[in-house]
Structure formats: structure tokens, C-alpha cells
Design a protein around this ligand. Structure first.
Ligand code: ADP
Length: 970
């Protein structure tokens, strides 16, 4: 736990530190990006501007060279004229030679005008083109006055002036100096401005740009683009003059006075002449390209910063989340530590089998301090007997995440405490190291309580067993006198009684029967409570089981003039595997209630198949009535013990309030569900659903449970032995049996019974189970132990024990059947007769087995036995022989007809086979013949051929059995 803590803390701190670093880093990156971008933009802008300046300067230089060249060319012409005028011959030669001397070297390119010479008064003396201008005196013109008034004027360039032809010119003049140095006149020439204009216009410029040639005095000489009044316009206030004449060339930025837009300006003086060429470019146009790039770059940077920002935000959020989680972890760790430190349970962190952290609770638990326990092995202090359990836990924790182990541990003072420890494996992420957190608590008190509880439970179990034994005893004790009461009463009823006496005796019978029913219910409930009811699993005929219940309830329904119906869906007919006795009991309970709580109308028992799978069939039983119904408020308590829906109704109808509770428990024991629907005043439907597997016997032996009744005229008297210690019951049994014509001997206990059977041959022994000296079970064992005929002597147990397992115990002891006390005469006699009829008074075990085999293989020997009873031994054999002959003939005929494809005829033969085979007890044969009879109506010759063949093979199987039975009977 300590290790955990430091790990978590370190993680926290690093995270907390990381965050500002990341934020600062991100901010620095953003700032650097912005700064770099700004610098790049600024630099590229400067480059664009300086490129524009440089290009303009280059252009200005080129223009300056061109203009200076033109002016110099013109000046050279003027100088050549001056040189010519200085020659003395010039004055004497003819004008033609003079002009030749003077103007032969003059420039004749179209941009130049004529050169003319003016005298000292400004009068035109010579014109290079021989023309006479309109004006002949130019003494007012600046190019004349400038030379006249200034002997050092040099080359004078005038302001632009319009020629007579309307063209603009730039006049240039030089002074003619006489030999004496006085002013002799002026030689003047001109440069056509349209030529310069043309050059300017031919330059490809950024739109909005301008080229201007202007005089140092601020007059425009030429301009592109040219405005109508541009030439001669005064621009002496233009910003260029802030720089000129300090700098004869240069550039600057300013706002245009024309359109107020920022411009880049370049100017250059033309040589040493009073002319300046200037170029102005709109700054916006210069920066247009740069602007596009700048926008693109800015977008890129913005996107980058946004991305960075987004990443930063995500990172920040993640860090915050982590921070929060870590804070929570830290808090929770602190809380856990607090909990661990203050928990009353001892908390241990074990690593490599050693305790590395022990919470202070160890002091309370073991009396040791945490320091004393730290470093000790997990097994230390564990009681030597419990060390294997702890070691097992250590092995288990390798595979499971959690293990619970209980052991005794020795405290510091030497006494032992019981400890319950919950071990939890924790795997540290990253290292994969496995630690175990152990939470141990003192459960000594709990163990003591549990031991006390176990002792109490054992006592309770013992008490319960005692109660059950008591109940069994009481049942026996009560049933024994009840047998007397009911038996004697029955005998009394059978005697000649007056009407009143009969009424009294009948009332006694009713009351005694009710008492017995109450007794049965209380006993059943006690048995269920004690878990003493075990379900039987035998093959049984469902229809027969339910019919039994209907037969029992029939008289009660009749007494109340109620209709009692039983509707069985065809699919429920057949044999099932389960407990028929308990099933019948449930039906009896529900249907008995239905009859009890119905004054008029009907009670119906419906059985249908809810679902059917290969493994089991879910049967739905419904018992409906048209009785008083059940109030909604009583619904919830109805299946509880001793619960009754309505006290007043119950008072009217009577009852213990146990029937439904018992039914529910039985249904649930069988894995089913039970419930009901009811409408007060209209009636109730109780239902239950059970899943029962179908039994194989259902297909082949539907007749085996048929009651074997001896026709009254065929009854014979048997020699019977009754063994019972109770005098009243002895008397009841004897009277019941002697009344039926049997001869009865009575003995008081098992020992006497064993002796009696050796003295005389009895048809049946009726053996009470609980007797002094030797009980019925032991007596039966001894009789069977005698061997010979005694091993086959029919013994019926008479028992007042209604406890589970009694029947099995009795059958195991060798008894053939049993009868619960109290019994009535009819049941007693039927049991006796049945046991005799089912194979003779002394049936060998082999004979019984043979019969069982027969039944299983489709032959019910009881049919022939009954036939024998009915016909007597003399007529029996010939009758069987005639049956066998008839059967063989019919079967052979059926096979023949089937092979010939005469289906209806074969069906008719099969019909005859059904009745003959039925008399012989040939169950399987009857089944095949019936199928043939039915299927013969369909047009399927192959099937009929097959069934006919089966008919023959079944007959072949049957005949030896019939023969054997007849031989045995003879
Ligand atoms: P008992 O019938 O002995 O009183 P049960 O447990 O069999 O005990 O039934 C409990 C109560 O349920 C009955 O007292 C009765 O009030 C009610 N009850 C059971 N079946 C019906 C029915 N078919 N119609 C009306 N009420 C019924």
C-alpha cells in the first residue's frame, strides 16, 4: 500500500508539472510562429517595395539616359552652329554654303525642330530649314533673354512652349559671343515633346503608375498618362522637392495629391540639366501580389495556430481530466489509507508471501503493532492445523482474483481467534507485479454463534425426528383404534339394524372418516415439514390414476347432486413415469375442495398437454367448479398452512386449511407449479402443471392394471391367517373375512405367525407390522427364510404406520402387498382376492417374473386366468385351443389378403383378430390388429403388407406363451 501511494503521488506531480510546460511550450510555439510569419511578411513586403523602387529606378535611369542623349544631341547641333558662326568665312559665303557649314552636323532626327540663329536683338537671322517663322523676333522669349541677360547661361532649356504648328517643344539655346566677348545673339534648337511623350507611353507600367518629366522649376514637360492640361502644369509643391535638389536622385513614399493613394516615387535629374524624370507607382498595386501571398500565409498560420490551439485544448482537457482523476485517486487513496488505518478489520498488503503493510487494526486483532507484523509471512501466527487452508488459498489466488479463507490465528498473548480473511489479487499495471490485499476480521463470536446454531439445529433436528417418531406413533395409536371403530361400525352396518340404529351407525362412519381425513392431512403436513415424504417414481397409467380419484369422489358429488366430469385430452392417455399416489392425492384434494365448496352445478377435471418434448410432457390439470369462489383478498394466504379463505364459509364446510398447502408442496416437490383463478360467487379453477416423462409401457401394456375381480359366483373361500396383537383389530379382520366366507385363524404376534404357517397351509397371511415378541417385518423375513412353499406364501402387511418408507421396508422384507389401517372390508377382501387370483394362492416367484415378462412383451396372463376362473379348468383348455385356431386362421387370411392388395378384406380379418387376441390377453397383437384395421381404410398397400407381417410375427411370439400358461394351469 505504501508502494502504491508513492507511485500514485509521483505520477500526480509529474502530471501537474507537465501541464504548464506544455502550455508555455504551446504559447511559445504560437508566438514564434506569429513572429516568424510577421517577419516573413514584413520582409517580403519590404522586398516587394524595394523591388518596385529598384525597377522604377532602373526605368528612371534608362529614361534619363535617353532624354539626356536627345538633349545632348540637340546641344551638339547648337554647338556646331556656334562653331560655324565663329568662322570668318561664314559671314562671306553664300547662304547655301553658310547653311552647309552651320547645319551640316545638326541632328536631323524627327524629334528635333529646326535650329535657328537670332541676332542680339532677337531677330531671326538664319533658320536651318530655310523657313521664315510667323514671328521673326524672339527677344521676349526665355531662351533669348536668358542668354542675353546671362553670359554664363550655357545650354539653356526653356519651359515647354507650343509651336506654331500646335506641337509642344522644349527650346534649347546657347549664346553667340562676339569676338569682343559681347553678346552677339542666340542659337536655338528644339526637342519635340511628343517624342518623349511617346517614349513614356511605350513603357509598360503597373496600372495606375505615371512617368513625369518636369523642370527643376516645377513645370511638367511630359507625362504618361497625359492629361489635357498636364504640360506646363506647375508641380513645384510636389513632395519631390522635399528631396531635390538635396538629392539629385532617390525615392520616397507619399500620398498622391491626385487620388490620395499611397505611392512609391522615384526621381532622377537628367544629367546636370534642369530636368527631372519622376516615376510614381501605386503602392497597393505593388503590394497586390504580396497581399495575396500574405493572406495565404496568414490563413496557413491561422490554421496552424488553430490546430495547435485545438491540440492544446484537447491536451489541456485531457490533462485536466487526468488531473481530476488523479486528484480523485489521490483523495480516494487518502480515504482508503484513512479507512485502512481506522478500519476495524485488519488490512494487509502482502507481496511475495510477506506482509509489507499492516493496518493499525492488527493491534486490536492480534495484539501486535503494525511494525511487529510487517515483514512476517502470511502463514505466520496461523494455527498449524489451518496452515494447509492458507496455503491452498495462496495457490488459488494465482488463478482467481478473490479468495475467502477462514483460519485460527494465534494472538500475541497466546490465545487463538477465528479469522475470516478475504484475499484480493491486485496486479500493478506496468510492472505486472502481483500483490495481495488481505482484509481480515475476527469472527470468533460468529463461529461461536454458528457452533451454537449448529448445536441448536441438531437439537431441533432431533426434536423434529422425535416429533416425527411421535407422529408415527400417534398415527399408529390413533389408527389402530380407528380401525376398530370403522371396522366394527362397518360390521354393525352390515348387520340387521333398525332405521335409527342405521342412521346412528352411518353418522359414526361419517365422523370417523372425517377424523381419519383430518388425521391424514396433519400427518402429511408433518411429514412434508420434516422432509420425510419421498416421491415414488414408477410407471403409471395417468387416466387410471385420475379415474381412481373420480371414483373415490363420485359418491360425495352425487350426495350433493353435483355433476363430476373428467375430460382427458387424447394426448394425455398413456403411461407416465412419476408418483401416482401423490398425484392422485393432489387431484383428490383439489377436486374434494371443489365438491366441498360447490352447492350446485358441476365440478370438472380437465387434463391436457401443455407442452411436449422428447424428454418430458408438461401436463396441465385443471379442477374447476361452479361454487362459492374465493375473495381476492384471500388469494395470497390460500396456500399457507391452516389458511382458509373465509371463516364463515369454512365453518359451513369444515376443513383443516392444510389441503392446499400440502398440494402445493407436493406439486413443487414434483417440480411443478400450482395456482388458481376464481370469481367470487361464480366458481374457481385450480390448476397445476407437471412435467412427467412418458413411460415406455404406455405403448404396449395398457391393460395390466385392470382390476382382477372374481365374479361373486366364482368366489371360493380361502384359508387365511391374521397376525395382530390388538384384539379389536383381530376381531375386525376376522369378522370382515369370515363374513365374506373365508376361514380365518388369528395369532397375537409374529412368533406365533411363523409357527402357524408351518402348521397349516394358508392362502394368504395378513400380518400386522407392529407386534410384541416379533414384529411383522421380522416374522415375514423368517417365513421367507423357511424356503419352499413359504417363500411363495402371499403375505399382506397390515400397518397403522403411514410414514414414508414403511411400504418399501415391508416389500423389502418379502411382503407381497400392504394395507393401511384403518381399512374397510371391501379393500381388505379385494386385496386378498387379488393376490390369490393373480397366479394362484401360492405363486412362485418365477411365475410372477414370467407374468411380468409377459406383460412387458405384450401378453397379459391375467386375462387367461380370469377366463380360467370363469370357465373352470375343464372347459378352459378346449376354449383356448379353439381361440388359438381361430386366431391362426384369421391371421393367415389377413396376410394373404394384404399380399393380394385386398385392403378392406384384410381390415375385416384384423377386426376379428382384435377380439380373439383380446380374450387371450395378447395386448401387443390387439394393438397391431387395431392399427391394421384402421389403416386398411387408407390406400397404402405397402403399409398393410407390413402390418400383416407384424401380425403374423406377433402371433408366433404369443402362441408359445399361451401354451405354457395352459400347461401350468393344468
Ligand atoms: P380446507 O379445505 O381443509 O379448509 P384447504 O387448504 O384445502 O383447506 O383450502 C384452504 C381454503 O381455500 C379453504 O378453506 C377455502 O376457503 C378455500 N378453497 C379451497 N378450494 C376452494 C374452492 N374450490 N372454492 C372455494 N374456496 C376454496
Amino acid at each position: 500500500m505504501m508502494g502504491e501511494t508513492s507511485r500514485v503521488t509521483a505520477f500526480n506531480t509529474s502530471n501537474l508539472r507537465t501541464m504548464p510546460i506544455i502550455v508555455i511550450g504551446a504559447l511559445a510555439a504560437v508566438i514564434c510562429t506569429i513572429a516568424l510569419t510577421g517577419w516573413v511578411l514584413w520582409d517580403s513586403r519590404q522586398t516587394a517595395v524595394s523591388d518596385a523602387f529598384r525597377d522604377s529606378e532602373n526605368l528612371a535611369t534608362a529614361l534619363e539616359v535617353e532624354i539626356r542623349h536627345d538633349i545632348e544631341t540637340c546641344d551638339l547641333s547648337l554647338t556646331a552652329v556656334l562653331d560655324g558662326l565663329s568662322l570668318p568665312e561664314t559671314a562671306t559665303v553664300s547662304p547655301v554654303i553658310r547653311d552647309y557649314i552651320l547645319f551640316d552636323h545638326s541632328a536631323r532626327a524627327p524629334q528635333y525642330g529646326s535650329i535657328f540663329v537670332l541676332d542680339r536683338h532677337g531677330d531671326l537671322k538664319i533658320d536651318s530649314r530655310g523657313r521664315t517663322p510667323a514671328r521673326t523676333n524672339f527677344n521676349q522669349r526665355d531662351f533669348f533673354t536668358a542668354q542675353r541677360d546671362n553670359g554664363d547661361a550655357g545650354l539653356f532649356i526653356s519651359n515647354p512652349s507650343k509651336g506654331d504648328n500646335g506641337d509642344w517643344y522644349l527650346m534649347m539655346s546657347r549664346r553667340v559671343v562676339n569676338e569682343d566677348g559681347s553678346f552677339g545673339g542666340v542659337v536655338a534648337g528644339s526637342l519635340r515633346l511628343s517624342y518623349i511623350q511617346q517614349i513614356f507611353s511605350s513603357v509598360a507600367m503597373i496600372p495606375g503608375s505615371s512617368i513625369v518629366l518636369f523642370s527643376t522649376g516645377g513645370k511638367i514637360v511630359a507625362r504618361a498618362p497625359m492629361g489635357s492640361n498636364d504640360i506646363g502644369r506647375d508641380i513645384s509643391n510636389a513632395p519631390v522637392f522635399k528631396h531635390f535638389p538635396a538629392e539629385t536622385f532617390g525615392h520616397y513614399e507619399d500620398v498622391s495629391s491626385v487620388d490620395n493613394a499611397a505611392r512609391l516615387y522615384v526621381y532622377r535629374q537628367i544629367g546636370g540639366l534642369p530636368l527631372i524624370v519622376g516615376i510614381g507607382i501605386p503602392k497597393a498595386a505593388v503590394l497586390a501580389d504580396w497581399g495575396g501571398k500574405a493572406v495565404f500565409l496568414c490563413s496557413l498560420v491561422t490554421a496552424f495556430i488553430s490546430l495547435l490551439g485545438m491540440l492544446g485544448w484537447i491536451l489541456n482537457r485531457e490533462l485536466q481530466r487526468r488531473g481530476a482523476a488523479e486528484r480523485v485517486a489521490l483523495e480516494s487513496e487518502q480515504r482508503y489509507r484513512l479507512l485502512a488505518d481506522h478500519s476495524s478489520d485488519m488490512i494487509v498488503l502482502a507481496r511475495g508471501g510477506k506482509r509489507v503493510y499492516v493496518s493499525p487494526a492488527c493491534d486490536r486483532l492480534y495484539g501486535y503493532t503494525p511494525e511487529e507484523m510487517k515483514g512476517t509471512a502470511i502463514e505466520a501466527m496461523v494455527h498449524p492445523d489451518d496452515i494447509p487452508a492458507v496455503q491452498r488459498a495462496r495457490e488459488e489466488i494465482e488463478y482467481c482474483s478473490e479468495v475467502l479463507v477462514t483460519y485460527r490465528a494465534e494472538c500475541k498473548d497466546g490465545h487463538y481467534v477465528w479469522v475470516e480473511a478475504s484475499w484480493k489479487k491486485v496486479v500493478e499495471c506496468g510492472t505486472g507485479r502481483t500483490d495481495i490485499i488481505i482484509i481480515a476480521r475476527d469472527i470468533t463470536q460468529r463461529v461461536k454463534h454458528e457452533e451454537a446454531l449448529l448445536a441448536a439445529r441438531d437439537q431441533a433436528d432431533a426434536a423434529n425426528r422425535a416429533k416425527s417418531a411421535f407422529l408415527a406413533q400417534m398415527s399408529h395409536e390413533i389408527r389402530t383404534p380407528m380401525n376398530g371403530v370403522l371396522g366394527m361400525n362397518q360390521l354393525l352396518l352390515a348387520s340387521g339394524l333398525s332405521l335409527d340404529q342405521r342412521h346412528y351407525a352411518e353418522t359414526v362412519a361419517t365422523c370417523a372418516t372425517s377424523l381419519l381425513q383430518i388425521l391424514d392431512e396433519i400427518l402429511d403436513e408433518s411429514k412434508l415439514e420434516a422432509g420425510m415424504i419421498t416421491l415414488e417414481t414408477v410407471d403409471f397409467d395417468l387416466a387410471k390414476t385420475v379415474e381412481d380419484a373420480v371414483t373415490i369422489l363420485g359418491p360425495r358429488a352425487e350426495q350433493k347432486s353435483l355433476t363430476l366430469d373428467m375430460v382427458l385430452a387424447p394426448a394425455v392417455r398413456g403411461w407416465f413415469h412419476g408418483d401416482p399416489t401423490r398425484l392422485r392425492q393432489i387431484v383428490l384434494n383439489l377436486a374434494g375442495n371443489a365438491i366441498k365448496f360447490t352447492d350446485e352445478g358441476r365440478v370438472g377435471i380437465n387434463i391436457a398437454v401443455a407442452t411436449e418434448t422428447e424428454a418430458a410432457t408438461t401436463l396441465r390439470f385443471e379442477v374447476s367448479d361452479t361454487g362459492v369462489g374465493i375473495a381476492p383478498e384471500a388469494r395470497s394466504r390460500l396456500f399457507q398452512k391452516f389458511a382458509q379463505a373465509d371463516v364463515s364459509i369454512t365453518r359451513r364446510f369444515g376443513g383443516t386449511g392444510l389441503g392446499l398447502a400440502i398440494s402445493r408442496q407436493l406439486v413443487e416437490m414434483m417440480g411443478g407449479t400450482i395456482g388458481f383463478d376464481s370469481e367470487p360467487g361464480k366458481g374457481t379453477t385450480f390448476w397445476f402443471e407437471l412435467s412427467l416423462p412418458r413411460a415406455a409401457a404406455a405403448l404396449s401394456a395398457p391393460a395390466v392394471t385392470e382390476q382382477k375381480v372374481i365374479p361373486p359366483n366364482q368366489r371360493r373361500s380361502f384359508d387365511l391367517l391374521v397376525a395382530d396383537d390388538n384384539k379389536v383389530n383381530q376381531q375386525v379382520a376376522r369378522l370382515m373375512l369370515t363374513h365374506a366366507g373365508h376361514r380365518v385363524d388369528v395369532v397375537d404376534n409374529g412368533l406365533e405367525a411363523v409357527k402357524a404357517v408351518q402348521r397349516k397351509t394358508y392362502d394368504v397371511v395378513l400380518m400386522d407390522v407392529q407386534m410384541p415378541e416379533l414384529d411383522g417385518v421380522e416374522a415375514t423375513r423368517r417365513i421367507r427364510g423357511l424356503g419352499g412353499v413359504w417363500s411363495r406364501l402371499p403375505i399382506i402387511a397390515l400397518t397403522a404406520h403411514a410414514m414414508a418408507g414403511t411400504d418399501t421396508e415391508m416389500l423389502a422384507a418379502g411382503m407381497n402387498d400392504y394395507l393401511s389401517k384403518p381399512f374397510d372390508a371391501a379393500t381388505l377382501l379385494s386385496k386378498v382376492e387379488r393376490i390369490v387370483v393373480s397366479g394362484g394362492s401360492i405363486r412362485s416367484q418365477e411365475a410372477r417374473e414370467d407374468e411380468d415378462n409377459n406383460i412387458a412383451s405384450g401378453f397379459d396372463a391375467t386375462k387367461l386366468a380370469t377366463l380360467r376362473q370363469l370357465t373352470g379348468p375343464t372347459d378352459f383348455e378346449p376354449m383356448v385351443t379353439s381361440f388359438v385356431q381361430a386366431l391362426q386362421e384369421r391371421v393367415a387370411r389377413a396376410v394373404e389378403l394384404a399380399n393380394e392388395g385386398k385392403l378392406p378384406e384384410a381390415g375385416r380379418e384384423a377386426h376379428d383378430v382384435v377380439s380373439i387376441a383380446g380374450n387371450l390377453g395378447a395386448v401387443k397383437l390387439v394393438e397391431v390388429a387395431r392399427r391394421l384395421e384402421v389403416d386398411a381404410r387408407t390406400d397404402d398397400p405397402d403399409l398393410i403388407r407390413l402390418l400383416a407381417a407384424k401380425l403374423r410375427s406377433e402371433t408366433d411370439v404369443l402362441l408359445p406363451k399361451v401354451e405354457r400358461f395352459t400347461a401350468n394351469a393344468a
